[in-house]
Design a protein. Sequence first.
Length: 495
Amino acid sequence: MPVPVPRVLLAVLLAALAVPAPAQAAPGGRPYVRGGETVPVYDYADAVRESVWVQTPDDADEDGMIGKSWDGSIANGVAATGVEGLETIVPISAISSWYDYMRYRGTLRATGYPSYLQSVVSDRIGECAAVTESLATDSEDDTADYNAFWRARDYRPAASRVHASVFVVHGVNDLNVTTRQFAEWWDELAERGVPRKIWLHRTGHVDPFDVRREAWVDTLHQWFDRWLQGLHNGIERAPRATVETAPGVFTDARDWPLPGTRPVAVRLGAGVASYTDASLSEEEAVADPGAQVPGRLALRYGPLTSPLRLSGSPSVRLRVRVDRPTTQLTARLVDYGTESRVEYDRGEGVRTLSTESCWGASTPADDACYFDVAERMATTDHAVLTRGWQDAAHHVSLRFATPLRPDRWYAITVPVNAYDVTVAAGHTLGLVLTQSDPEFTEAPNTGATVEVDLARSTLVLPVTGPATLKPTKGAPRTTNGLTAEVRPQRLLPLR
């Protein structure tokens, strides 16, 4: 018979603000701000504890938090306070840095994002006018700098305070809460020896209950039994990582990134190439990589002679000269080759079936049966794997801009969101460089021309196993690709 989870702390939407700032539940369940929205996050944790402890007949002392998206982000934030009594968290598709959610390395994902989120989750807009104004002012859209406002909403530097075990779950094709959110947090937790486990799947912003239901319920049950009930069932000695390596195929590994993963630096080419900003859509940027398309550089490596396993966070180290004080630098990794893929650009890569499965006993008020869900598949001849952005003027620091001089060459690194994939033998790996990216950011088209010293620029890949990557002039033709779904830039970190 299933063991009941004792006094589980539910990660609920408590904060009226656009970010998980310190708050506590007000009468009627409507949140209000305490301490001028600047009190320490530890008080926020205390407020959550006072508000939503769920009592059970059990007298156990262990408590946990679980939630998806914003709920999971609250779990990360509370764990980062080091609050006593919190034994485990399960952040699903969760945020670890609100700067990285609303900014992409010095570029705006969307203007007015904090105020927008606050207005969506609060039903007391009139009473929160002063806070709304402070969100707009303190977040500094005009600079996109990482300042004190964002430091207060960045959980990663506080990873040393985390005493709870952490079970991370994320979709590698999540374009709402990008994979940088889990990868940076995971690395910080690993450095500090926090007990942890990770599941990665190939869909987007999706709960694992809708990806691998039976295995998820069983694994989560074991996790809670271990960390909330104190049952030594061995789950902490089981493989730490479970990765969906192909559609519907889940593989366990000792850790993530996979053990033996190493950075492999690949030279971009020879000579100097240039491109002028053209505000391309993603599909325009990556289609037909051999064609001359104004506004992009499309570099190719392949066809691969053996499968290429990537596991971790790539980056592009550029040596560039720019004829404007700044511009956005955008990088995409693309798999050129025909295969059946999870169609993450439609419905986050899943579809609801007509059948149901039941988990527990239903009551008149609570149906325990749920429609089954399957991955949505499509056969395409290319797919964007992952993306990265960097404001050129923030190349020295995210805390301030350093305008570029048109007569100077600069070393600028574009971090690319974490990913895990095996690129099949016979496929070609593409690196596509553009500038403004209207489907993902609000960075303006500056009209800049960027010169790239290809011989002194490199693509750095997290590779497991063999890697033979050489620039090639050959290029596959494309007809149908897997690229991002066109969507509003202001997304909600909600269910």
